[in-house]
Design a protein around this ligand. Structure first.
Ligand code: BGC
Length: 247
C-alpha cells in the first residue's frame, strides 16, 4: 500500500509517499523549513502543502518529536510550546480531509529500522534504538515489541540531559570533533547500558552514516551498529504505523 509519511523535526517538516510493503520511498521527498517559532497551525499548513504537492489522497502517518498519546502532543522540547495539548491527528484531519495517525518520531524511525533495517535487530532480545538530530530520540524493543514514548534523550547526566550534551545539533553548534562528540555520547550510552542491559544498540539519524569515524571511541560492552535507513526512517515508520493503525 502507498501511504504518505511525514516527519516533523526541529529544523524541517519532511514528507514522501512510502510503499509500506518494501519500506521504499515512491515519490520525491518534500521539505518545508521550520524552527521553534513556527506555531502548530503553520506546520499543519506545511503538511497540507506536502499533501497537495504530492497530489495525495489517503491516510497520513506523522512522527512528532515529543510524547504522543492518542494523537495528542504531550511534550515539545525542540518545537513551539503551543504544541503541548494539541490534537495533531484532528488538526491534520480537519486541514487536509485525510485521516491521520501520530506517533513519536523516534518510535516511527525505530519501527522502520526494525522492519526494514538490520537483521541483527530480530536476533536480539532487548534493542535500544537511538536517533540523533536536533534532540536525541529513543525506541526500546523487547522481543520485537516496542515500548513507546521512552524519551531517553532527556536522561540527566550530571547537570545536562544527554541531548543537551551530545545531540547532532550540539555537535554542529559547538563545532565538536568526532572524538569530542563521541566521548560525550559515550557517557549516555554507558548509562543506558547500565539501566537497560540491551543486547544491541542501533544508532540512527544523519550521523549514523559517519559511524566508522567515531565508533572506536565508544567504551560500552554492548554491540552498537549504525541504522540502515538513516534520515528516511522517520518518514517510512510513520507511513507503516498509519497503515497498521488506520487500515
Ligand atoms: C524529544 C523526543 C524526540 C527526540 C528526537 C527530543 O527532544 O523529546 O520526543 O524523539 O527529541 O527528535
Amino acid at each position: 500500500m502507498i501511504v504518505l509519511g511525514i516527519d516533523i523535526g526541529g529544523s524541517a517538516t519532511k514528507g514522501a509517499l512510502v510503499d509500506t510493503e518494501t519500506g521504499q520511498l515512491v515519490s520525491e521527498r518534500i521539505r518545508h523549513k521550520s524552527d521553534k517559532s513556527k506555531k502548530p497551525k503553520e506546520i499543519v499548513k506545511d503538511i497540507h502543502k506536502i499533501v497537495k504537492e504530492l497530489n495525495y489522497n489517503g491516510i497520513i502517518g506523522a512522527g512528532f518529536p515529543g510524547i504522543v498519546k492518542n494523537g495528542v502532543i504531550g511534550t515539545s522540547a525542540n518545537l513551539h510550546k503551543d504544541w503541548i495539548g494539541a490534537n495533531l491527528a484532528k488538526m491534520i484531519e480537519d486541514e487536509t480531509g485525510n485521516k491521520a495517525f501520530i506517533l513519536n518520531d523516534a518510535d516511527a524511525a525505530g519501527l522502520a529500522e526494525f522492519r526494514f533495517g538490520s537483521e541483527e535487530a530480530h536476533k536480539a532480545n532487548v534493542v535500544l534504538f537511538l536517533t540523533l538530530g536536533t534532540g536525541i530520540g529513543s525506541a526500546l524493543f523487547v522481543e520485537g515489541k516496542m515500548l513507546q514514548n521512552t524519551e531517553l534523550g532527556h536522561l540527566l547526566l550530571g547537570k545536562y540531559e544527554v541531548e543537551e550534551h551530545a545531540s547532532a545539533a550540539v555537535k554542529t553548534r559547538e563545532k565538536l570533533t568526532w572524538k569530542q562528540w563521541a566521548e560525550r555520547f559515550n557517557e549516555g550510552l554507558k548509562m543506558y547500558e547500565y539501566l537497560f542491559s540491551p543486547d544491541l544498540f542501533i544508532l540512527g539519524g544523519g550521523i549514523s552514516s559517519h559511524f566508522d569515524e567515531y565508533s572506536n571511541y565508544f567504551t560500552i560492552k554492548t554491540k552498537i551498529i549504525p541504522a540502515k535507513l538513516q534520515n528516511l526512517a522517520g518518514i517510512v515508520g510513520a507511513a507503516v504505523a498509519a497503515q497498521e493503525k488506520l487500515q
